[in-house]
Design a protein around this ligand. Structure first.
Ligand code: SF4
Length: 361
């Protein structure tokens, strides 16, 4: 997949844009008042693979907490500010790697000049983030994609005239089709890196599928330099996990492995569903992710083929199951001992993979 080239911006240790990886962003639920809870949340998201974290700064009183959170956080932080540009300016002074402003919720625009000047002094990135739910009043009569595009274009034009080039763009809609359209337009019109997301995608499965489609289709066109999955949940960890799955399945990044398993059918020779659940529980109990591809298949039709492609595979058969390791039959096990043997075998394999990693670092 050819990635569209863009300018690069620097956020902490990350260089975003150009041919750099597509990074995973997370967003906090906690108010920065709750310093400890906010830091715990960032740490959980980071452990799940979050590489950039967006923190809402709702009012002036949140700045003290934001300062402490900034001091304790190792990944780049984006301060998300609406209605009060002075808050954005303060966050730049606190060392945030980026501030996000929304062209539809700027508040007193005369404060932009000071923000731009402080941004340049600190070499801080400006995320211009438009959202279909908060379009500038003068653009609301336009079709949504047009309005999103114009709101970004106006702000980019204004920032460039003031010499600000450290820009990172984002325009979000709740619709998959609009998400694709607006990002195509941004990518064609501007040389800056683009952050991709489907805003307010919803809860659970609905939100996951909508996000995967919207973000995935844009990424598949080579557009996008960071992503965030927006799910209605109390914790950002699920969003981060889904974002990584999107990147993994598109072949853009690699983090951990995956469990491939068949849906089962009338030919199924064993309890595939139970086996997958057991393996997932094992990973949860161990607090680890599958470090390689594992296949769990129901019969001898596709089973051996798929299981052979995986690092570790299990294919149920008439009398039990065949356990594969890197394409070779490791053992033929009887019905009763299948899961016990498979879990023990997985544990051994993981230990040897982790051991090799440790040895080479
Ligand atoms: Fe059915 Fe076998 Fe395919 Fe599973 S692998 S769906 S059991 S044919």
């Amino acid at each position: 997949m050819q990635r569209k080239d863009t300018r690069e911006v620097v956020m902490g240790k990350l260089v975003i844009g150009g041919q750099n990886p597509v990074y995973v962003e997370g967003m906090g639920r906690q108010n920065p008042y709750q310093v400890e809870l906010a830091i715990q949340e960032i740490n959980r998201a980071q452990a799940a693979g979050c590489e950039i974290f967006r923190l809402s700064i709702p009012e002036k009183d949140a700045l003290e907490g934001a300062k402490k959170i900034k001091e304790w956080t190792k990944i780049p932080l984006i301060a998300d500010v609406h209605f009060d540009l002075d808050l954005a300016t303060e966050c730049v002074r606190l060392g945030f790697e980026a501030v996000r402003i929304n062209p539809g919720t700027l508040g007193d625009r005369s404060r932009l000049e000071e923000l731009f000047s402080v941004l340049q002094d600190h070499n801080t990135v400006l995320r211009v983030g438009a959202n279909a739910g908060s379009l500038p009043t003068h653009l609301r009569s336009l079709p949504r994609v047009e309005a999103l595009f114009e709101s970004i274009a106006e702000m980019v034009d204004f920032a460039e005239k003031k010499g600000v080039r450290n820009l990172f763009l984002s325009a979000k809609s709740t619709e998959v089709e609009e998400t694709v359209e607006i990002n195509r337009r941004l990518s064609k019109a501007f040389p800056y890196p683009i952050h991709i997301g489907v805003t307010e995608a919803g809860e659970g499965l609905e939100g996951v599928v909508k996000s995967a489609l919207g973000i995935g289709l844009v990424l598949f066109e080579g557009i996008g330099n960071s992503i965030r999955v927006s799910l209605t949940s109390r914790d950002p960890v699920l969003e981060v996990k889904v974002a990584w799955m999107i990147l993994n399945f598109l072949g853009l990044r690699k983090r951990g492995g995956e469990i491939i398993s068949c849906p089962t059918c009338a030919r199924c020779r064993g309890d595939v569903v139970g086996a997958v659940e057991r393996v997932k529980t094992f990973f949860e109990e161990q607090g680890i992710a599958p470090p390689f591809r594992i296949a769990i298949m129901g019969c001898e039709v596709n089973g051996p083929g798929e299981a052979r492609e995986a690092e570790v595979g299990l294919a149920f058969s008439r009398s039990g199951a065949i356990i594969f390791s890197k394409g070779r039959v490791e053992k033929v096990v009887s019905d009763r001992e299948v899961l016990e043997y498979f879990i023990a075998f997985l544990a051994e394999k993981i230990k040897s993979v982790e051991g090799k990693k440790g040895g080479s670092s």
